[in-house]
Design a protein around this ligand. Structure first.
Ligand SMILES: [Zn+2]
Length: 261
């Protein structure tokens, strides 16, 4: 029944637009500002011209993405705002840029194992993780690491920025270190820089040489993008000095220049 279906979709779209407008026009709660001030110092550094967009995106993120606590976690506004703010920092440079695939965020109190995530998973040696991002629209985070990562904004370690970078990479359905680009030339520039810089990273990791990027970035292209993103926001000066081409390509992708913050 195509007519009815169309009518249903039309009503749904109208309802969605009205709901979205209501969220956008609501004031940003004072209590949320206090959480940002306390937990996400990077937000205070953000140039004033981005502030309104960040607040709008945080409001929409919290209204649209489901949060679920596991392992005894009760999801609070502190958790929602701390996670949403970091996710939205990645997209604040681009107008209307959101996470189209993201449906829910699952929060564990601390590092979690595969068997905790899925009762069917049996491993003799459990692997502990701080975060995950799935192409099916789920991000999983360990709350203690998420909070610590946000509080220390200069160590290049930030699990929330890392996992949401994966989520951006996975927007096209594949986690391969190649997110969606606005132009073909931006993609070509990315491919040239990232393949070359990834090889450098693999060499550094193999030889145990010091690097502004965590050696974990040498795992594959997807991790290289996520690790580079952490450094871009948390160690912009060092990244620009040591790996200027990565800094430039990420600056173009995120439409942000954290070195000036
Ligand atoms: Zn990763």
């Amino acid at each position: 029944m195509p007519v009815l279906l169309f009518g249903g979709q039309f009503l749904f779209a109208r309802h969605y637009r009205a709901k979205k407008q209501k969220v956008i026009s609501a004031d940003f709660p004072e209590a949320w500002n206090a959480i940002l001030l306390k937990n996400v110092p990077l937000v205070s550094k953000l140039p004033a011209r981005f502030r309104e967009r960040l607040e709008t995106n945080i409001k929409l993120f919290i209204a649209e993405v489901g949060f679920e606590g596991q392992g005894g976690v009760q999801v609070t506004d502190e958790i929602r705002v701390t996670v949403a703010a970091q996710a939205c920092l990645l997209t604040v440079g681009r107008e209307n840029k959101r996470y189209p695939r993201l449906k829910n965020v699952i929060i564990y109190p601390s590092a979690f194992t595969d068997s905790q995530r899925s009762p069917h998973y049996n491993s003799e040696k459990p692997i502990y993780r701080l975060g995950e991002s799935w192409t099916t629209g789920t991000v999983i985070l360990a709350w203690d690491s998420t909070r610590r990562g946000a509080l220390n904004m200069h160590d290049g370690q930030n699990v929330a920025l890392h996992e949401f970078a994966h989520q951006l990479d996975q927007e096209d359905g594949v986690g391969d270190g190649v997110p969606i680009f606005e132009t073909q030339s931006a993609f070509a520039a990315w491919a040239a820089v990232f393949t070359k810089e990834y090889e450098i990273q693999v060499k550094k990791a193999t030889k145990g040489h010091r690097s502004v990027l965590d050696h974990y970035g040498a795992t594959n292209y997807a991790e290289f993008f996520a690790v580079s993103t952490e450094a871009f926001f948390e160690k912009p000066k060092q990244l620009k000095r040591k790996r200027p081409e990565i800094y430039k390509i990420l600056k173009n992708y995120y439409h942000l220049d954290p070195i000036t913050w």
